[in-house]
Write a protein that binds this ligand. Structure first.
Ligand SMILES: [Zn+2]
Length: 318
C-alpha cells in the first residue's frame, strides 16, 4: 500500500441544518499538515479545544456517532467522516458552530462535492494503514459484525427489516471512484413510526423528506423515490466506512455485517484497536489527546498557517 497522506488545498465553509436540533450550523474545513489526523472543533463553546476523530474519543453511538472530549460533544459526524475516509483525506480541521454537523441531503455526496471544491493536496508522507491479522467477530443478538484478513477493504452488508424494506444485501470493494459513485449518494433512512417517536422526544427536529428516506407501511414517502433499489444497504456501508474512519487509518480487511449499526461498529473497532494481535499497524497514527497541555503543544506545531502561506501547498508528493 503506497498511498500518500492527503489534505485539502483551500479552506471552505458550508451552512446547513442540524438533523437533531433543527438549527442552522456553519462548518469550516481547513487544511492540516502531515500526521495531523482529522480534528473537530466546536467554535460556539467557551473552551474550543479540538477533538481528535479517534475511536478513543467516541462518547455516544445512539442514533449517530458522537465524539467528545471533556465536556464537549459533537454529533452526526459519520457522513462527513465517510466522505473523508472515502476520499482518503486524513489531515483536516473541521470547525462547527453547533452540537452536530449539518445533515445536508442525508448522504455523503454533498460533503464529497464540497471537498472536491476545496481541492486536494497530496502530502509527501505515506498514509498509515492497518492490516487485519486474524478474524474477529462480535455478535449482539441477531446482529453481527465480522472482519477477516484481506489485501484491501471490502464489505458484505445485509439489512433485514420487517415490511417494505425486507432483506437487502450489498457487496462493496473499496476504491475512491466506487465510493463516490456507489456509496456516497446513499441517504440515511428511517421508518415513519420512528420519526414520529423521535420528534415527540425532541430528536430529529430538522429531519424531513429533503434529508432522509422515510419509509411508511406502503413504501417510500419521498416523492422522488429511491436513488438505488438497495439505497438503504448502501447507506449502512457508508455509515460503516464513516465509523471505521475513527481508526484514523484505513483497515485492510473484509467485513461481513448483518444488521450492524453505529453502536456495534464502534464496539468492534474499539475491540480491534485494544485487543492484541488483531490489527497490524503501520507508522504515523496520531495519538488521542490525553491532556490539554499536551494538546496545546501539538496544536502549535500543527497549525498549517504557521507552516505555509495561504493557498500554498504544505508539501508535495514525489
Ligand atoms: Zn448514516
Amino acid at each position: 500500500m503506497h498511498a500518500h497522506q492527503k489534505t485539502i488545498k483551500h479552506s471552505l465553509q458550508i451552512r446547513g441544518k442540524g438533523l437533531h436540533t433543527g438549527e442552522m450550523i456553519d462548518v469550516t474545513l481547513r487544511p492540516m499538515p502531515i500526521d495531523s489526523g482529522i480534528w473537530f472543533k466546536r467554535t460556539d463553546v467557551s473552551d474550543p479545544s479540538p477533538i481528535l476523530a479517534s475511536s478513543a474519543n467516541v462518547s455516544d453511538t445512539n442514533l449517530a456517532t458522537t465524539i467528545g472530549w471533556r465536556r464537549q460533544r459533537l454529533s452526526t459526524l459519520e457522513h462527513l467522516l465517510a466522505a473523508l475516509g472515502g476520499l482518503g483525506v486524513n489531515n483536516i480541521m473541521v470547525e462547527v458552530n453547533g452540537p452536530e454537523a449539518p445533515i445536508l441531503d442525508g448522504s455523503s455526496a454533498p460533503w464529497v462535492e464540497l471537498l472536491n471544491c476545496a481541492g486536494f493536496q497530496i502530502l509527501n508522507a505515506p498514509r498509515p494503514f492497518y492490516r487485519v491479522a486474524k478474524p474477529f467477530k462480535l455478535i449482539d443478538g441477531d446482529k453481527f459484525l465480522a472482519v477477516e484478513p484481506a489485501s484491501e477493504f471490502s464489505v458484505d452488508f445485509t439489512i433485514d427489516f420487517p415490511g417494505f424494506l425486507k432483506t437487502q444485501k450489498r457487496h462493496f470493494k473499496f476504491s475512491e471512484s466506487a465510493f463516490v459513485s456507489e456509496i456516497s449518494p446513499a441517504r440515511t433512512f428511517c421508518l415513519l413510526k420512528d420519526v414520529e417517536y423521535m420528534k415527540s422526544h425532541g430528536k430529529a427536529l430538522g429531519g424531513g423528506l429533503d434529508n432522509a428516506v422515510v419509509i411508511g407501511d406502503e413504501g417510500v414517502l419521498n416523492p422522488e423515490g429511491l436513488r438505488f433499489p438497495d439505497e438503504c444497504a448502501r447507506h449502512k456501508i457508508l455509515d460503516l466506512i464513516g465509523d471505521l474512519s475513527l481508526a484514523q487509518a484505513p483497515i485492510l480487511g473484509h467485513f461481513t455485517a448483518h444488521k450492524s449499526g453505529h453502536a456495534l461498529n464502534q464496539r468492534v473497532l474499539a475491540s480491534l484497536l485494544s485487543l492484541p494481535g488483531y490489527l497490524e499497524k503501520s507508522d504515523h497514527i496520531a495519538e488521542p489527546q490525553r491532556s490539554t497541555r499536551n494538546f496545546e503543544i501539538s496544536l502549535g506545531a500543527l497549525n498549517p498557517l504557521t507552516l505555509a502561506p495561504e493557498g500554498e501547498p504544505l508539501a508535495y508528493a514525489n
